[in-house]
Design a protein around this ligand. Structure first.
Ligand SMILES: Nc1ncnc2c1ncn2[C@@H]1O[C@H](COP(=O)(O)OP(=O)(O)OP(=O)(O)O)[C@@H](O)[C@H]1O
Ligand SMILES: [Mg+2]
Length: 421
């Protein structure tokens, strides 16, 4: 086997980050088209939602490229004669420090890669932002020095004032006609904002007061109401702009493996059984393909093999679990199982059920668990709903359960039994 650059092997799969480069971006044709149409639609806000680790941020990255006039991804999916868009894009990923939507607006105004850079270059916008400075130290430093982003809240400034300042600053930027299509503000990890009360109302007023601004909210949720945590009439603003990011179909998942093989010029390949096993284990989650793919490929590389087969996929599953490669999922698995073989069987049997058609009906799974030697599976199901065991199960109605997080479901099904160590 001729040599391959180890760096390319390590980065052929990317479990740790969202996809930015289109050569790694697989599938999602319909979502890309819908996103492009939403970007074209005047007055429509966008919302990207779906399960954890399903590809929301990766899609958001492609939305940024399209909004900036880069149509490579549209050409790749042969989307006809797409106009090059010209937005000024702002991307902000929320973290646990964002307590409420007012602090989100402050971050958007004061973070360097967001609006802060523009504010500096536009004196009228800078004048506006100083009003925040007068009432509240949000980290805007004096002219000429760097903008700090930490909030050290001193005197009180009302949320109304923050809204007004945000609207005024943005209007000043819009007036400069820097971009033909206006400003696109993408707020990722929106669900991490502790209390987003009031944001829906803000959006409604923003649609009138700053019409050249398009917001795109991204987060873990099953629907728009859950994402916005509001039933307000602001929902209407998202008409034509709600994009649910579903699990990936097998063709899309295969494409991820193809892309990785291309990256290493096919010096190592996954055989048919290995690929099928990976697709089966992923349950539609690209993250699982990247996670297994990365470690299987590295092992093949160090063992100087040019094919990954199904046995190596099984070895990789052990390696991922025992080396604690994903500490968060692994901790959750351990917390749910808590060294009970019986509870582990129940967890894994529920995790293996195909839920593409709906929630998990207990009766057939209980039968399997009993066949595997579990005395009373319903007791363990009852436990898996409780916070002490991670509350991974949700009771939907009598006799039907659901996993809180489908990524954890796939991880649990793929996990080697802890008892076999
Ligand atoms: N279209 C795609 N093609 C190839 N890989 C993808 C694609 N979309 C997502 N992935 C991969 O799947 C994993 C999860 O992607 P991403 O971070 O975009 O998901 P997310 O929904 O934003 O996750 P989270 O809920 O944790 O924020 C990453 O490893 C990423 O590289
Ligand atoms: Mg994300």
């Amino acid at each position: 086997m001729s040599t391959i650059d180890i760096e390319r092997v390590v980065n052929a799969f990317l479990p740790a980050k969202e996809i930015t480069d289109i050569k790694h971006f697989a599938g999602r044709e319909k979502l890309l088209q819908d996103s492009y149409l939403s970007l074209l639609s005047e007055g429509t806000y966008m919302a990207l939602f779906g399960n954890r680790g399903i590809g929301k941020s990766s899609l958001a990255r492609q939305i940024i490229s399209m909004a900036n006039g880069d149509n490579k991804i549209l050409n790749k999916i042969s989307y006809p004669s797409a106009r090059k868009l010209d937005y000024l894009t702002v991307y902000y990923s929320c973290d646990d420090s964002i307590d409420n939507y007012e602090s989100l607006l402050k971050k958007l105004l004061t973070t360097k890669d967001c609006l802060a850079d523009w504010i500096y270059t536009i004196p009228t916008a800078y004048k506006e932002i100083q009003k925040i400075n007068a009432g509240l130290d949000v980290g805007i430093a004096k002219v000429g020095s760097d903008i700090k982003t930490e909030d050290t809240e001193t005197p009180i400034i009302s949320s109304h004032d923050i809204n007004v300042i945000f609207v005024n600053v943005v209007n000043e930027i819009v007036k400069q006609k820097i971009s033909k299509d206006g400003i696109l503000v993408i707020i990722d990890e929106y669900d991490r904002i502790k209390d987003s009360e009031g944001f829906a109302a803000f959006l409604k007023s923003a649609s009138t007061n700053i019409p050249k601004v398009k917001f795109c909210i991204v987060g873990v949720a099953q629907d728009l109401q859950n994402l916005l945590r509001s039933h307000a009439s602001s929902d209407r603003l998202f008409a034509g702009g709600t994009i649910y990011v579903p699990i990936m179909n097998p063709t899309e998942l295969y494409k991820i493996i193809d892309n990785a093989e291309n990256e290493i010029e096919h010096k190592i390949e996954f055989n048919k059984e290995a690929r099928d096993k990976m697709i089966y284990l992923a349950q539609g989650h690209p993250y699982i393909i990247h996670l297994i793919g990365k470690y299987a490929l590295l092992k093949a590389f160090t063992d100087k093999k040019n094919t990954v087969n199904v046995d190596q996929i099984n070895d990789t599953l052990n390696q991922i679990a025992y080396n604690n490669v994903d500490p968060i999922l692994e901790r959750r698995y351990n917390e749910a199982v808590r060294s009970s073989l019986q509870r582990e069987i129940v967890l894994k049997e529920f995790a293996k059920v195909d839920t593409t058609l709906g929630d998990i009906h207990t009766a057939p799974v209980y039968k399997k668990c009993i066949d595997l030697g579990v005395d009373n599976p319903s007791v363990y199901v009852g436990q898996l709903v409780l916070p002490e065991y991670g509350a991974e199960f949700l009771k939907v109605r009598d006799g039907y359960y659901r996993f809180k997080d489908s990524l954890f479901k796939a991880y649990s099904a793929a996990h080697p039994s802890l008892q076999k160590t």
